[in-house]
Structure formats: C-alpha cells, structure tokens
Design a protein around this ligand. Sequence first.
Ligand code: TRP
Length: 368
Amino acid sequence: MASKGIVMSGMRPTGRLHLGNYYGALKNWVRLQDEHDCFFGVADWHMLTTGYESTGRLNEDVRDMVLDWLTAGLNPEKCVMFRQSRVPQNAELTLLLGMITPISWLENNPTYKEQLQELGKTKLSKALEGASIPSTEIRQKVSGAALEPVEADPERSRLELRTQGFLSYPVMQTADIAVYGAGLVPVGHDQLPHLEISREIVRRFNGIYGEVLVEPKPIVTETPKVPGIDSRKMSKSYGNGIDLFETPETLKPKVMSMFTDPTKIRKDDPGHPQGCVVFAMHKLYSDFFPRRETECKEGTIGCVACKRELLESMDGPFAEFREKRAAFDKPGLVDEILEAGSAKARDVAESTMERVRSAMNLKARLGR
Ligand code: TRP
C-alpha cells in the first residue's frame, strides 16, 4: 500500500451486488486501492440495524458480496477487506462515542427519518408510537396474533425500527471510520448526511479529550447514473436491479422489459433518449451510443432492435465477470481473505483505541 492517506468505506452485506453498486461505489474503491491505504468493511452490524430479524442468510450474503468485490478488482494485497463484526474495537468506540452524541443529532438525521418512513411503513410501528415497552405482549396485542417464527424480510410490515441500534447507525459508522484513522471516505450522495454527523461527533470528541481522532472528509466521485429496469433508482428493495453476474438467460428478460420512452410506440416515432433506461445502459456498454441518440430521435431505430443491440454489447463484459467470479469461488478463499483482513484491521483499531482510552483516562493500570 502506497499512501496518499487512509481511506475507509463499507457496504452492508446485501448478497450479490448489482450494477448500481458497481458503478456507484466498487469501481471507485478499485481505483483508490492503488494510491491509498484502504480499509473496506463488510458492515454486517450495520445490516443488523434493519435486518436483525433475518440473519439466516447473513454468512452467504457476506460471502457473495466479497466474491463480487474480488471479481470487480479489489485485491487483498492492495487493500484491507474485513468484516466489521470481527473488530470488537469498533464496538468499543461506538459505545464511547455514544456517550458524547446528542440524541437530537441522530433524530434529525434526514436519512434516519426517510428510512424510518420507507422501511417502516407499518401499522405496527404506528401503533407502537409512544409505547414505552415494545414487549412481545404489546406486539401480539397489536398484531392480534402470536408472532410468527421470524424469517422476516426487512421490508415486512411488522419490523420495529424504532430501536436504539437503528437510531445510532451514524454513531457506529463514525466509529467504523475513526477507528482506522481514516480521513477520506468514498461515499455516494445519499451518505453525506451521515458523514456530516461523523464530522461533528469527531469534532466534539476532540474538543473534549484532545486531538485524538481524525476528522473524515467524504470523497464524492461523480458516477454514471445507473437506473433500474423500471427507471427508478436501482435498488434491491425495488426488485429492479441487474446483478453483476446475470447469465444471458436471466439478462434477456430484464433488458427486454426495460423502461423506454412511452411516446415512442412505432419504430419510426421520434424518441426521447433522456429518461430511457436502454439508452442509459448503452452509455455504459456500447461504443455507438452517440449515434444511437440521433437514431432514436430521428426514429430510424425501434426500441426492440435497440434492446437487442444492448444485449449483444452486454454479453462480453458479463461473460468476463462470470468467469472471473467462478475463479474466485473456491472453498475457504473468502474466509481466508476476511480473516487476514480483519486481523490487520484489529491491529490498527487497537492502536487507535489505546490512544482513545488513554485520552479518556480509561487505562486499566492505575499506576500505584
Ligand atoms: N452506511 C453505508 C451504506 O449504507 C455503509 C457503511 C458502513 C459505511 N460503514 C461505513 C460507509 C463507513 C462509509 C464508511 O452505504
């Protein structure tokens, strides 16, 4: 690792990654590993903030995601890939930062408010508003039935999100970053509010205990827009994603059902490529997209032919990805990489924690 500074970022283990994850984050990470000391974490504790009821697939999801990282080009020789839950120092720092973080900072976090609404569109959460003890009894009363065995999906209506853990999401994220002394955090626009809270928490900490922690700055790189097949933002929860490792059989129906200009009905109708998902994908996969724009606008190509050509252009890159992934998909390999990475991560985290404990007078030795 050659360093222009320490970089840290994380992803919640959502299993197989989609094109949005790849173009929005991973490609950047791959670039950064050549110039910085990079720590890339599988944020499994963060996953639990919304997925605490559905941990059944957690390990598979971690493995799938890290395989995708490797395939995209993250290299364990160049960066540290680790699993958050294997670094207990991170939990310790989360606890300590919790002491100094005013609840209002967390409650006013726009991401928190949005997610609460999005994921918790729930009768139960509403009914529980104001309930001081969210006990099983109350839950049963509200739902009118015994709770089913949990194999819940985070979006299921019963999920209680008014938890301490979910509220403290940014505190844990701050610890994530600060425990490695990272000054640079590559994130998407959606994470900027979190980063702002992190900066404030670090400033407050340093104000009280001295300059111990590094104030992190976001690196926001403009990335190409990758819409989902229905033209909304590509997201697992909308089910509109294209995985990095689609096969020709799974890719075809997705491309053929991509949202196109609804006013272009016949081949010779003039089209409006802006807002057309097929066009956005041509930008990523075809050399001829400038010509395609004219052809579409002039009505010299129809949407079906345009989709067929897109499929052809995607075929090569997808095949390459699949082959690479198969080569990494060996028993034990991901475990080994994550274990070695987590050991390195723990070393760095422990040295930060030594300084933190010392600054807070939490050293175990009393001296006399
Ligand atoms: N919250 C981030 C997301 O949802 C993931 C994350 C966890 C993260 N820890 C981090 C990002 C530390 C940057 C730095 O995408």
